[in-house]
Design a protein around this ligand. Structure first.
Ligand code: ADP
Ligand code: MG
Length: 400
């Protein structure tokens, strides 16, 4: 399914089938917007990750969905029901936060059974369910333990079991793996994906870890300053960023200030080339040319023909510079090249004899194919100013 296209999914009654719909939601603290007009809609079973720097509004958004914080504007619907006036414990949403505080005086299985008993389920039945949930997180053999007898990673798995024990159609997780070491994180990432998939739950997951977002998600919403700058699959964000911030935040990038001359060419300080066909949202033709290090090639400085050749075009889509460093990383060589305007370009070349011959101090031409480039506006305000459909207005479907 093409995720860029709005999909109007309706059930037989004509109601919406979105598992979660957030519509124009804002939250202010004083005059400051913590969350500024955020909108998205998720089809059931979608795993959405909110990714962004600290203070960009991720937790506040999640907290409004969970019902711990009231929004000042906009609406939130879960499975077609407006939940604005529904208290948190009646929203039927599973929640896992970084501070997963288990009850210290209860056993592991009692901790997990707790939400079910709160809902009025009889203790014996609740404990049976709790055992099943603990099996899911591979802690069936720790049911009778006290939380303090478990490692941090095991405690976090208990918190996960407690959040999924009532098989919530919607699961919210705010940096649940933040306190764990790298190895446990990786293990838990896979576990969370497996469990949510088995339950068929829709997940909204928060992290500031780009790699975690890329690994886990169907969709990523990139937050900046309280707004979603772009929402899409990992591939969309990497290959077709819509703003400079997204290009910079997702993966490694080389950013060249550029003007689109409107005649099929573009250029900047010390270079000129073909305007990429994937130019988007560039007001008055000014923006930033985004390139990825693996899409750049190094050719000798004086070899203009080779540059044109490597670029697959008549015009040389290239810029001159001096190699300042060559880093051998096994599968590839990373060359750092200083362009004439002082800008540093990272070039990632597969291992080859030619690549291995590159030396610090070499004068080179860094070239690219225009089809691997995209032009983006300098900031979100410009992106908004251009009009057209904003990324944050897209309706999104799961990619699996
Ligand atoms: P993130 O989770 O992306 O790190 P938050 O949603 O926690 O960001 O915070 C977004 C902004 O709102 C920040 O500037 C933060 O300081 C502010 N903020 C969050 N909660 C409160 C609060 N209770 N009172 C005042 N400001 C808050
Ligand atoms: Mg947060």
């Amino acid at each position: 399914m093409n995720q860029a296209q709005p999909t109007a999914h309706r059930d037989d009654q004509g109601g919406e089938q979105f598992a979660l719909r957030v519509d124009g939601v804002s939250k202010y603290y004083g005059s400051q917007a913590a969350v500024d007009d955020v909108s998205f809609a998720l089809e059931p079973g979608t795993f959405l990750t909110m990714l962004g720097p600290s203070g960009s509004g991720k937790t506040t958004t999640l907290s409004m969905i969970a019902g711990f914080t009231a929004q000042d504007r906009g609406s939130i619907t879960v499975a077609g029901r407006d939940i604005s006036s529904v208290p948190p414990h009646k929203r039927g949403i599973g929640v896992v936060f970084q501070n997963y505080a288990l009850f210290p005086h209860l056993t592991v299985e009692q901790n997990v059974a707790f939400p079910l008993e709160m809902e009025g389920m009889r203790r014996r039945e609740a404990l049976v369910k709790a055992r099943e949930a603990l099996e899911m997180v591979e802690l069936g053999n720790r049911a009778k333990h006290q939380p303090k007898q478990l490692s941090g990673g095991q405690q976090q798995r208990v918190a996960l079991a407690r959040a999924v024990v009532f098989e919530p159609p919607l699961l919210l997780m705010d940096e649940p793996l933040g306190a764990l070491d790298k190895r446990l994180r990786t293990q838990m990432q896979i576990e969370i994906m497996r469990i949510s998939r088995n339950l068929g739950s829709t997940v909204v997951y928060v992290t500031h870890d780009q790699e975690e977002a890329l690994v886990m998600s169907d969709l990523i919403a990139v937050y900046n300053n309280g707004s979603i700058e772009q929402i899409g699959s990992s591939r969309d964000l990497y290959e077709t960023p819509r703003t400079r911030f997204v290009a910079d935040f997702i993966g490694e990038s080389v950013l060249l200030p550029c003007t689109d001359f409107g005649d099929g060419t573009c250029g900047g300080a010390g270079w000129r080339g073909d305007a990429p066909s994937r130019a988007a949202y560039t007001p008055e033709g000014r923006g930033v040319l985004v390139l990825r290090p693996e899409d750049l090639a190094l050719v000798p400085e004086d070899d203009g023909a080779a540059a044109a050749d490597a670029a697959g075009a008549e015009r040389a889509n290239s810029i001159l510079g001096v190699v300042t460093d060559v880093i051998y990383v096994g599968s590839a060589l990373i060359s750092l090249v200083e362009a004439r305007d002082g800008r540093e370009l990272e070039v990632r070349t597969p291992r080859s004899e030619a690549a291995l011959a590159v030396r610090r101090g070499d004068r080179v031409r860094v070239s690219w194919r225009p089809e691997n480039a995209v032009i983006v506006p300098d900031d979100m305000e410009e992106a908004r100013g251009v009009g057209g459909e904003l990324a944050t207005r897209q309706i999104l479907a799961p990619g699996r």
